[in-house]
Design a binder for this molecule. Structure first.
Ligand SMILES: [Zn+2]
Length: 280
């Protein structure tokens, strides 16, 4: 599932072709996404000038001049492709649910094979007071030890599970939580309220670093994520633990023959990867 770095990569790829541009056409090929695309969406969007594209957690918010915002979520498998020159004209693909044209000029296509994505409009003024945004914690890039530590004090659940809760920190998902805990050398099983302030500081620093590095590398392309020009992100080549069951983690002093290397367990239904030698 696209997490903060992948969605930020998509936002940055969209900006030159959508921000401060006019949406000239909107074609909806399939309405039955996780929330069905409302019937009036085309009427709300077509002909509108785009003021800003913002990202909140894993959501994109496209603010229009008419006071409406497009709420856009990639779901499990969504990707966005921008076609903007004659060298590579748009050719429809299976699962292209939304095709938008702008006066950049550009054709912007939302493809989502599993259809867990979302695309609908909502009045901009009410966005922050309406779910999902009203229930969302601080964006992971804005989160600091000072904002995070107090939120962990009444949480007895494992830190791994708590960090996945979008009401605590918005934008983190399974990959970046595993990687940040590994870098911070904190066990994914440690109860959230057992972390000291200095451990939360270390964790927060590594969350920032890992997100910044992943954004710089275009995100992680495991299955579906692509940058808006169709190329793959390559942060998956820099994972320390994610998807690496049984091998030694980078620079690990432990012998995987004896320790079994990086471990994979299920926590709250999601795979956790960790090094039991480094993470305590
Ligand atoms: Zn290790």
């Amino acid at each position: 599932m696209p997490e903060l770095p992948e969605v930020e990569t998509i936002k940055r790829g969209l900006q030159p072709f959508l921000e401060q541009k006019t949406i000239q056409g909107l074609q909806v090929n399939r309405q039955d996404l996780r929330i069905p695309i409302p019937d009036n969406t085309r009427q709300m969007i077509q002909g509108q000038y785009v003021q800003f594209i913002k990202r909140h957690g894993k959501y994109l918010c496209v603010e229009l001049a008419n006071g409406q915002t497009i709420v856009w979520h990639m779901g499990m498998s969504g990707s966005v492709r921008v076609y903007h020159d004659d060298k590579e004209p748009y050719e429809p693909q299976k699962h292209d649910h939304i095709v938008m044209t702008t006066d950049a000029p550009a054709t912007i296509v939302f493809n989502d094979p599993r259809r867990f994505g979302m695309f609908y409009t909502h009045p901009t003024e009410q966005i922050q007071n309406t779910p999902p945004f009203s229930q969302m914690g601080c964006d992971a890039l804005q989160s600091t030890a000072k904002t995070l530590y107090p939120q962990l004090q009444n949480k007895k659940s494992p830190i791994k599970t708590v960090l996945l809760d979008q009401a605590i920190v918005a934008g983190l998902g399974n990959i970046y939580v595993c990687e940040a805990l590994y870098k911070a050398r904190i066990s994914p099983f440690k109860p959230a309220n057992a972390l000291s302030f200095s451990e939360v500081e270390t964790l927060s620093k590594h969350i920032d670093e890992i997100l910044a590095e992943a954004i710089q590398k275009g995100g992680s392309s495991l299955k579906d994520h692509r940058m808006t020009d169709g190329s793959m992100g390559y942060f998956q080549n820099f994972f320390g633990v994610y998807g690496k069951k049984g091998v030694a983690c980078p620079h690990c002093t432990c012998d995987p023959e004896q320790t079994g290397g990086i471990k994979q367990v299920k926590q709250a239904g999601r795979s956790t990867f960790y090094c039991s030698e480094k993470q305590k």
